[in-house]
Design a protein around this ligand. Sequence first.
Ligand code: GLC
Length: 431
Amino acid sequence: MTNQTSDSSSLAALRARSQQVLRDNDRGGYTVPSAKLYPFQWNWDAGVTALGWMSFDEPRAWQELRMLFRGQWDNGLVPHIVFHQHADSYFPGPDQWGVPHTPPTSSISQPPLLATMVRLMLERAADRAGAEAAARELLPKLVASHRWWYRERDPAQSGLVASFHPWESGVDNSPAWDAPLAVVPPATRTYQRRDTQLVNAAQRPHKAEYDRFLALVDLFRELDFDGAKIYAQSPYRVADFGLNAILQRATLDLAALCRQYGQAEGAAELDAHAARARPALLGCWSESLQQYVSRDLITGQPLERRVHSGFLAWYARLDDPRHDALLRSSLAGWLERAPFGLASTHPDAPQFEPQRYWRGPVWPHFNWLIAEGCAHYGMADLHDRLRDDTQRLLQGAGLYEYFNPHTGEGYGGDNFSWTAAIALHWLDSPR
Ligand code: GLC
């Protein structure tokens, strides 16, 4: 076999395997991220997973998003978990969150990439009529969710929305949250984690973090999920650069969708939010680290940690030539420090742990978010490096949740949905 034939047959095998993972994780219209570890529907996973379904079953792709919005609250919040059906293998389940909604949900959100996924799905759709109908149906729900972020999470109109829980960032135990989480009084009640029964504990967050994750869940329930009270009383309030960058991009995409569907007023409102957010995002630049960083909104201090979310500036279309050039050389250097990039925490940072979840491992969908921005700004070399490293990981280790950047070993859940979805999306993208 020539190299090219063996490449194309192994890419065909990756495609077949990825489609199978999504089919196996389908629970009748929504996709669980991983059969045992995450047996419900997650917010940003659903967005990425819908993009993966788009490559081989368009109606099913739109269905993923429709199902997620069944969990949307009247105030616009799209929860981070929708508990469509009962399952025992996850903690904290619906009884812990205590949210009075049908279907039951968690009480926090997640990085809002859905509007961007809808726009990408529309661009790819072969069934134009089906896609247009789905997009029209989703549009008001997306607008309501963006209004929720701006109203509830940035009442002072600073341009940056607050997150109330590390889980809301999607990068649960990132070193960026160490300082703000340390001041949260830990839960003292006894509880039984399920994740460490399913996955090696060395690859999961520490107990000290979990005690605080749970304390915040308890606090939100005690405050009746009242956004204003939580904003005032939560001991954890962070302007997460990654979440705000993802929101910014989604707002730009949602404004474009509103214009496309004749909703000029909605578009103007979203444009105004984006115009306010851009300088605030640019203000997250750290001269000492030469990258964008998050901020603790309680102390006002920047969270100076070398984590990969700073590279979402391109995805967010921030357009700052000086910062972009510095970031470009920083990304190239970061990739040189591990054969399977991109490490979620810089390998030279003292907090780097190559096997522990968001403290070092490579995450395929995050690679894609960063690479998408690289491609947009003409950095094809960096885009291709991220794509090829990701494919090499998946072909070598399998469709795991995350990977060791030094050894390429796969960790966490196997047969993972958004990993499969990104494989499919990249296989379908022009080379
Ligand atoms: C973990 C991840 C989060 C993801 C969820 C389901 O909590 O940190 O980003 O959405 O698992 O895959």
